[in-house]
Design a protein around this ligand. Structure first.
Ligand code: FE2
Length: 377
């Protein structure tokens, strides 16, 4: 299951990166009830309260809760009145990711460089100020109704951003060991993978580092294709999935139907100890896709030696894969809404830079069993 990985940083040192990214700044979700969603992510995933904006802080039309765990920041936002863009977004898509915000040194340059290459502006460079300094933000549209914001916060010392106040809570559940965003996957429509690959190449200067076709990712019933896009330093990785022809409806088609269009399929969260993290998440009620126990009878023949005992991995149903550079451990949650749309991946990398191709078949068969239970296969 060796996988060639093209390293843009090694091969293109001569080229100047016109969009230098320092990583994911935050992930923003539009949700039907931000107060309760914040409580869910604190309780189940181990986030802490960080900042709040809403009517009490002078924001008349929406409430925003910011929560953090290590380098992971989630913003949960909801409108408090109807008849606006955010309310329409939630009616159309259900709860989902609206913004993948990227940390930059210069948000004005990021906007100029991407829009002059064909990126559609979502937000012109805008400076927000308060007593703690200033944040400059700008943004462009990507697939579906999803957007990328560029966040420049080098002159800011407040908890999150101007307009937010610190959110002190008496309820502070312990961390589950989640560290940062490893990658975010988008589902796009038929024949739309390559146009979006081109968008990330041309507008954002990303490189296609890995590709999977329907021969790699097909089960008896359904198929999909995927290309992984990475920025120059590899801090930001966006795989793009497209459905492929199969006997039955693929998981990507199910997503597109229920999300009413293209959007973020999953956000992969990194941990340094997946056994501890997943044990904790399960104890707090997070549900995961369950692959059959038979997977563990042969997995070590495929991946070779690993540092961990197999027993806890098999009890928790954590998946294992290897590439030329090492191995990885991963597991996928069930969708975290009633619509079968957004879910989370928990991943621990031990050298491997790939995405678990060796697990696709077992995983997708497990997902299909759940699709069938929902009547959507
Ligand atoms: Fe993933």
């Amino acid at each position: 299951m060796a996988t060639e990985i093209f390293s843009p940083s090694k091969n293109d040192q001569a080229q100047v990166d016109f969009l230098p990214l320092q990583g994911t700044d935050y992930v923003e979700f539009y949700v039907g009830n931000a107060k309760q969603a914040a409580h869910y992510y604190k309780t189940a995933f181990g986030f802490q309260s960080l900042a709040y904006a809403g009517p009490e802080t002078g924001v008349r039309d929406k409430a925003s809760y910011v929560i953090r765990q290590n380098k992971l920041t989630f913003v949960l936002k909801q409108p408090i009145r109807g008849n606006n863009e955010m309310a329409d977004h939630i009616a159309r898509h259900g709860d989902g990711v609206k913004v993948l915000a990227l940390k930059v040194e210069d948000a004005t340059s990021a906007w100029e460089e991407t829009t002059k290459r064909g990126g559609k502006s979502y937000l012109k460079p805008t400076t927000l100020k308060d007593d703690d300094g200033e944040v400059v933000m700008s943004g462009i549209h990507t697939y579906g109704d999803t957007v990328h914001l560029f966040i420049e916060r080098k002159k800011y010392s407040g908890p999150f951003m101007p307009g937010y106040r610190k959110w002190e809570s008496v309820y502070n559940p312990t961390s589950t060991g989640l560290l940062y965003v490893d990658h975010c996957v988008g589902n796009v429509g038929w024949n739309q993978m390559n146009p979006w690959v081109k968008f990330y190449e041309e507008v954002m200067g990303f490189k296609n580092i890995l590709s999977f076709d329907d021969k790699d990712i097909s089960t008896e019933y359904s198929a999909l294709m995927s290309k992984v896009m990475s920025n120059g330093n590899g801090y930001v990785k966006f795989p793009i999935n497209e459905p492929a022809e199969g006997k039955k409806k693929s998981q990507v088609e199910e997503y597109l139907e229920f999300y009413n269009g293209e959007g973020v399929q999953h956000v992969a969260l990194a941990t340094n100890n997946i056994i501890e993290t997943v044990t904790e998440l399960k104890n707090r009620g997070v549900e995961f896709v369950k692959i059959p126990e038979s997977y563990y009878a042969t997995v070590l023949d495929r991946v070779g030696h690993i540092d961990e005992d197999l027993k806890p991995l098999s009890e928790l149903r954590i998946l294992i894969d290897r590439d030329d550079e090492g191995y990885l451990l991963q597991i996928f949650s069930k969708p975290v809404e009633d619509r079968p749309t957004l879910f989370f991946e928990i991943i621990q990398r031990k050298g491997a830079k790939s995405f678990g191709k060796g697990n696709f078949k077992a995983l997708f068969e497990a997902i299909e069993r759940e699709q069938a239970e929902r009547g959507n296969l």
